[in-house]
Structures are given as structure tokens and as C-alpha cells.
Design a protein around this ligand. Structure first.
Ligand SMILES: Nc1ncnc2c1ncn2[C@@H]1O[C@H](COP(=O)(O)OP(=O)(O)OP(=O)(O)O)[C@@H](O)[C@H]1O
Ligand SMILES: [Mg+2]
Length: 282
């Protein structure tokens, strides 16, 4: 058994923890070791494609080590935790994140997943009885832009990690996923304190401009966001029934936050739609 892989420098082993969804992630020198899951080889193929296409803001896949763990490059920088600290809530952060996602999408466009591709998903996702929110697929996207998956450097988002939920999707789904976390698309009492009073339609517009959303995408954004939030709610409830880590999250607040987010987008959605379409804000 060895920790060594070609191209990876040895070093001390240090546990890495996010929200505790994936146990056993460690940093070894300038690499990260993660347990191999059914979708890991597909995600590594995707990451390899992104690098070949010139997108350097994601971990480089370096193979599998002697203990059967996958090896990725360690991405230097700071990863925020929830609630988002005030310094991670400025509009420059939205602009940088939107630009990062745009470059990811442009690099992903045209990549054909292998025919035997296997994709990840939340536990219990198969039990959610709602129509799909990201079909027909346009490309493979990241699909999980929670704060713990965004690496900051010099105060701005500079790379994405944790591609466990990557799969074929639409550009707009991925944008809505990022906005849910970063606008955020949440009732004021569920936002980080620095954003409790924030003007969310304006923040969505800043993101939409920085990404370069088309007129058609702008028209669809709010209806899609309402469907995505509904799906997040049922998805989180299903995951809580299938997995103790998600059960803890559910009981510690997700079960209250999700219905509040649904009610909030129903009321505030029209002013977001007006703002991003260029019409007068109500
Ligand atoms: N390649 C990497 N480079 C730098 N840091 C990493 C890397 N992979 C993981 N980390 C760190 O380890 C943490 C947990 O990793 P990861 O996000 O993959 O696991 P997770 O259990 O899915 O976490 P979460 O549920 O918070 O997304 C990350 O939030 C980050 O701080
Ligand atoms: Mg993560």
C-alpha cells in the first residue's frame, strides 16, 4: 500500500471536512484523496476534459492511489463555510463566480460523456416525483455551487471543487443552482446576516449580466427557479429519509428553510423577472 502516485508530491496527511457529506477526504501534500464511488471514473474523465479544453479552475485528476482512493490536485485558497461571511457577499464575488461558471460551461460544451458514464445524485433522489428541471441537457455541469465547493483567492471565487453531483444539465439550471446559494434565493431570515436586507433582484441581474444570459434564458429563469426550489425541498426531504447526514441537515433547519424559500420566490419572483428583463422594477 502506498500514497504515492506519479506527479503527486508526498506530504503530511490532513483530514478535509465540508458539510460531512463525504467521509474520508484527506489532503496529502499537494493532492486530495477521496473514496472512489460509482461515478468517480466518469467525473475524472470530465475533469480531464475540462483541463484539456483549457479550464484550469478545477482539480486535476491524477489517478487512483495504492489504497484505492482517487487522487486530485489540491486547489490552494480559502473555502467559505455557511453562513457566508460578509466578505464573500459583495457583487464582485457574484461577477467572478458567474464568469467562472461561464468558462466552465464553455469548456464543457461539446464534451461527450463515455457511453458507460455513471452520474452521482443525492440519496433517495429516485423517489422524488416531480418532472425534470434540467432537460434536454446541453452539457455536463457542476450542479452544486454551495459555498463549500467554491475556492476563493484574493477575496474572489477562483476555482470549483467537489464535482460529485456533475451530470448532463442545462446552462440555466446550473445558473439557478448558483443563484440559490449566492444571490441567495432565500427568505431574508434564512440568508447570511450580511445579505438579510440585500436587493436580490439586483444581485440576480448582476450575475445574469456577468454570465451573459440570453433573452430567452432571462425569461425562463424565475419559473425555473421556482421549480428547482420545489425540487430541492422534496429532494432534501427524500435524502433525509435515506441518509443520516442529510437527516441531521433537515432537522437542523432545511425543513423550515425550503418551504420558506418556495413562498419567497412566489412573491418576489416577478420583481426578479422584471429586473433581469430590463423592464421597470416593481
Ligand atoms: N481538490 C481540493 N482542493 C482543495 N480543497 C479541497 C479539495 N477537495 C476538497 N477540499 C476541501 O475539503 C472540503 C470537503 O470536500 P468536498 O466538498 O469534496 O466534500 P463534501 O463532503 O461533499 O462537502 P460538502 O458537502 O460541504 O460539499 C471542501 O469544502 C474543501 O475545503
Ligand atoms: Mg463539497
Amino acid at each position: 500500500m502506498t500514497d504515492e502516485v506519479p506527479g503527486a508530491r508526498a506530504g503530511t496527511t490532513e483530514p478535509l471536512e465540508g458539510d460531512g457529506v463525504t467521509a474520508g477526504i484527506v489532503r496529502v501534500g499537494d493532492t486530495v484523496r477521496r473514496p472512489v464511488r460509482p461515478f468517480s471514473a466518469t467525473v475524472r474523465a470530465y475533469l480531464a476534459h475540462l483541463h484539456d479544453a483549457g479550464f484550469a479552475a478545477a482539480p486535476v485528476p491524477l489517478g487512483v492511489d495504492g489504497q484505492g482512493r482517487e487522487v486530485l490536485s489540491y486547489v490552494p485558497g480559502d473555502v467559505p463555510r455557511e453562513p457566508l461571511p460578509a466578505e464573500a457577499t459583495g457583487e464582485a464575488v457574484l461577477v467572478a463566480l458567474a464568469g467562472l461558471i461561464r468558462r466552465l460551461h464553455d469548456a464543457a460544451q461539446g464534451w461527450e460523456p463515455p457511453p458507460d458514464a455513471v452520474w452521482g445524485g443525492l440519496p433517495g433522489a429516485h423517489t422524488v416525483d416531480l418532472p425534470p428541471v434540467d432537460e434536454p441537457a446541453e452539457l455536463v455541469g457542476h450542479r452544486d455551487y454551495c459555498p463549500g465547493n467554491v475556492v476563493f483567492r484574493d477575496g474572489l471565487p477562483s476555482a470549483l471543487i467537489d464535482f460529485d453531483l456533475a451530470r448532463p444539465t442545462t446552462r440555466l439550471y446550473d445558473v439557478v443552482n448558483a443563484l440559490y446559494w449566492w444571490a441567495p434565493l432565500l427568505d431574508p431570515r434564512d440568508r447570511p446576516p450580511a445579505l438579510a436586507e440585500a436587493h436580490i433582484p439586483r444581485r440576480v441581474a448582476v450575475f445574469a449580466d456577468a454570465y451573459g444570459l440570453t433573452g430567452g434564458q432571462r425569461a425562463e429563469l424565475v419559473p425555473l427557479a421556482a421549480r428547482v426550489i420545489h425540487r430541492f425541498h422534496l429532494g432534501a426531504r427524500a435524502a433525509a429519509r435515506h441518509d443520516p447526514v442529510f437527516r441531521r441537515m433537515w432537522e437542523r433547519g432545511v425543513r423550515d428553510r425550503m418551504p420558506r424559500a418556495q413562498a419567497w420566490i412566489a412573491v418576489r419572483g416577478p420583481s426578479i423577472a422584471a429586473r433581469i428583463s430590463g423592464r421597470t422594477v416593481l
